[in-house]
Design a protein around this ligand. Structure first.
Ligand code: TF8
Length: 338
C-alpha cells in the first residue's frame, strides 16, 4: 500500500471519528463584527441593530460579538458599502437606494408609488423577486441578508407649505445619491440636490438646502423638526433598508456561523418592521406636537403628482431591465389580487 493511500485511509478514519462530534459541537470561532449604520442609536434602525447584536451573541454562546456603530461614525452608506466590499468592515444596514451605483437593479425599489401599503412591500421584498434582486449583490462583493423597513417617505421643507405641485418650484431639496430620486424631484419641479444622509441635518440647519424627504420615524429620530417647519404627507415612495455583509468575510465563515447571522437577521427584520410601524403610527402626532405644520395633499393634487412621476417609469424600467420591471409589476398585481 502506498504512503499516499495509507494517509488517505487514516484521514478518512479521522474524519469519520470527527463527524459525530461535529453534529453537536457547532463550528464557531471568536469573531468581532463591525456593524455600521447611519441613523442614531435612538432610531428604529438603532434599536433593530441592537436586537441583532444580542441575538448573534446569544446564539453563538458569546463567541461572535457585534460592535454596533451608528450615526454614520464609520461613514455614509456609500462609504460603508465600499468598506464591506474591500473587507475592512463586516456588516451594515442602509438604504437600497444608495446601492444603485453598485447594483443597478436595486433602483426598482425607488419606483414612486410602487407599493400601496406595507403588506405589499413585505410580500414582494420577501418573495422570489426581492431575493433575486438581493442576490445580484453577490457579484459585487456583498451578501444581502434581509430587507428592513425604512418606510413611506414624506416631504419636509422650510420655505412654504406644499399644497400643490407648483409649490415645489425652486425648492432646494436634498435627495439620496440616486438617479431615480434626482429625476423624480426634478420632474416635480424641485431643485434636487443629492447629499449623503450624514450631511443632511447640517445642510438643513445652515439652509444649504430647504427641504428633504424621509419617513416620519426619521424626521423624528433625527430631529429634523428642529430645522424644518412644513411637512407634507406625500407617501411618494416606500424605502426599504437592507442588511448586508462583506462577501470576502462571509465566505470565510463556517456554515454554522452563517446560519447564526441569517437567523438573527430574520429575527431583527420581524422586530424592526413591527417596531417601525408602531412608531410611524404615532410619529406624525409627535411631529405636530413638536411644532411642525402638517398638511395633506388634496386627492386631485396627489393625482397630479402621481401622474407626473409616472413619466419616469419608462427610464427606471430601461435601467433595471424590462424583465425585472415586469416581474415586479406581476408580483405586485398578484398580491393585490389576494
Ligand atoms: C436617506 C435614507 C436614510 C438611510 C440611512 C442612513 O434619506 O432614508 O435613512 O440611508 O441608512 O438617506
Amino acid at each position: 500500500m502506498s504512503i499516499f493511500r495509507r494517509t488517505l485511509i487514516a484521514a478518512t478514519a479521522a474524519a469519520a471519528l470527527a463527524a459525530p462530534f461535529a453534529s453537536f459541537a457547532q463550528d464557531i470561532k471568536p469573531r468581532m463584527i463591525r456593524f455600521g449604520y447611519g441613523l442614531n442609536e435612538q432610531s428604529n434602525q438603532g434599536r433593530a441593530v441592537k436586537l441583532f447584536a444580542q441575538e448573534v451573541e446569544k446564539a453563538s454562546g458569546g463567541k461572535m460579538k457585534v460592535r454596533a456603530i451608528g450615526a454614520a461614525a464609520l461613514g455614509s452608506d456609500v462609504q460603508m458599502q465600499q468598506a464591506l466590499i474591500g473587507g475592512a468592515q463586516e456588516m451594515m444596514v442602509g438604504s437600497t437606494a444608495t446601492l444603485v451605483g453598485i447594483t443597478k437593479e436595486m433602483a426598482i425599489w425607488d419606483t414612486p408609488f410602487l407599493f400601496n401599503n406595507v403588506q405589499e412591500a413585505d410580500a414582494v421584498l420577501d418573495g422570489p423577486v426581492g431575493q433575486k434582486v438581493m442576490d445580484k449583490l453577490q457579484e459585487k462583493g456583498l451578501v444581502g441578508l434581509v430587507y428592513w423597513e425604512n418606510g413611506f417617505r414624506n416631504l419636509t421643507n422650510n420655505k412654504q407649505p406644499v399644497a400643490k405641485l407648483e409649490d415645489l418650484n425652486g425648492i432646494k431639496l436634498r435627495v439620496m445619491q440616486n438617479n431615480v430620486f434626482i429625476d423624480s424631484f426634478k420632474t416635480l419641479g424641485a431643485n434636487a440636490v443629492p447629499l449623503p444622509f450624514s450631511e443632511l441635518f447640517t445642510a438643513l440647519e445652515t439652509k444649504t438646502v430647504d427641504g428633504q424627504e424621509n419617513p416620519y420615524n426619521t424626521i423624528l429620530s433625527s430631529k429634523f423638526y428642529e430645522v424644518q417647519k412644513y411637512l407634507t404627507v406625500t407617501n411618494h415612495v416606500y424605502s426599504p433598508w437592507i442588511v448586508t455583509v462583506s462577501k470576502k468575510w462571509w465566505d470565510g465563515l463556517s456554515k454554522d456561523e452563517q446560519k447564526i447571522l441569517m437567523d438573527a437577521a430574520r429575527k431583527s427584520r420581524d422586530f424592526e418592521r413591527q417596531d417601525t410601524r408602531a412608531e410611524a403610527a404615532k410619529a406624525l402626532a409627535d411631529l405636530k406636537a413638536k411644532g411642525m405644520q402638517v398638511n395633506e395633499l388634496s386627492p386631485a393634487e396627489a393625482n397630479r403628482m402621481r401622474e407626473k412621476l409616472g413619466a419616469i417609469n419608462a427610464s427606471i424600467s430601461a435601467n433595471v431591465g424590462e424583465g425585472l420591471w415586469k416581474d415586479v409589476q406581476a408580483e405586485v398585481a398578484k398580491v393585490r389580487a389576494g
